[in-house]
Design a protein around this ligand. Sequence first.
Ligand code: PBG
Ligand code: ZN
Length: 340
Amino acid sequence: ASTAATSVSVSGDISSQLHGGYSHPLARSWQAERQLTKSMLIYPLFISDQDEEEALIPSLPNQHRRGINKLVPHLEPLVRKGLRSVILFGVPMAPNVKDALGTAADDPEGPVIQSIRLLRARFPSLFIVADVCLCEYTSHGHCGILRDDGSLNNTLSVDRISDVAMAYAEAGAHCVAPSDMNDGRIRAIKLKLIEAGIAHKVVLMSYSAKFSGCMYGPFRDAAGSCPSFGDRKCYQLPPGGRGLARRAIHRDIGEGADIIMVKPASSYLDIISDAKEIGKDMPIAAYQVSGEFAMIHAAAAAGVFDIKTMAFESTEGILRAGATIVVSYFTPQFLDWLSS
Ligand code: PBG
Ligand code: ZN
């Protein structure tokens, strides 16, 4: 027997020896329950009613508002690299198009319905999600129809929002995703989908746990959806409201949601984990929102960290918390990073 072999203590505690298990890059990747893959990513697109527009959004790095004529050239290389899904946000820019009812939201000639049709025809493998809300289209910028006192009229709002969801579904959206936070809209949309005989082919993704806070600013710049008075605190959830989020998740599952979304992501990882626990039999999505994305860019520009490393680290945290779907402005970059 060699002296080396006899010097090894076999009686000592070997459970403390962890390094070997992650000594190789591949072995490190095996430590994750879920690897980030291209099919988990949904890429947000802002589509304006100015057909030729291609405008950089100053507060949202590398993101553009595009007219319908700029959409296919932008997406072609991304689809070639493995882009599987987009979420569409309509941005009416034409003067006087906004009103109290958000009439432009389901205009058949409007940018969302037109781009659903275009993308279905041009990219048969692309999964198209339509965000459903009124705030981009209402003159007051709130996510529903208002009473005289400025508060949301929930009944009228749910009626209207479920009609808009139906219009997107009937135009060919694979998934409708109401982000308005009115009570009961999941049930109303599901019932209308059933009644129209298309419930079997449309995914209903609920922004169930959507928190109010300061993380949506760049999005509102992009979409022109800043409320003209007040805030969204009476319909989006208070940041400390974990129990309320759990109730909203339970409620939306009961109302027929197919996917539960949590938003924002990084400050709400406990909520993602709650969603995974409550909705253990369903897919959980998380939205790394505009403010999170802009914050990562700002910190990288200040030399705090490398942006690619942080894009992965923040997204891996979201997956670890329990999400299997991530709405991310990093999607185009991930398509490159996940190929190499
Ligand atoms: C609209 C909507 C918002 C976002 C998605 N849908 C903004 C808001 O509620 O004001 C935010 C997305 C982001 O910040 O990236 N209801
Ligand atoms: Zn809204």
